[in-house]
Design a protein around this ligand. Sequence first.
Ligand SMILES: [Cu+2]
Length: 147
Amino acid sequence: MPVWSRTALALLIVMRWYDGAAAADSIVVTGVWMRPSIGATGNSALYLNLFNAGPAEDALVSVTSDAAAQSQLHMTETDGAVVGMRAIATLPLPVGAPVALAPKGDHVMLMGLTRSLKTGDHVAVELRFKIHAPMTVDPTVAMTPPQ
Ligand SMILES: [Cu+2]
């Protein structure tokens, strides 16, 4: 293969890869925060806003953090006067519909905290999606959502 055609092929591959990378930026994450721990260890909840700008339907499938032994996607359900929460396998992200994880609603439960979380602390969290590349976010520990 002549050198020029190998260069052209390499360029084509890079362009394809770049296209893929641009398309993969279709999930926008904002307003990430999490609750302080109660006591030395225990649980915390992570909240965030997700927006899928398309083109394909996606889903949040898992969340991992070095601050917790385990995490689960939870939805909050009201059955009469009883409010409970239930683990869900994935959180659907339809195209063009904002999805908010917020207090009293759906959230990510971080269980078995590996350290105590105080207001102002930062925690590294990785979000994994069905289609989109994994994303690392940096929530601030707080009592209320970021402004
Ligand atoms: Cu929960």
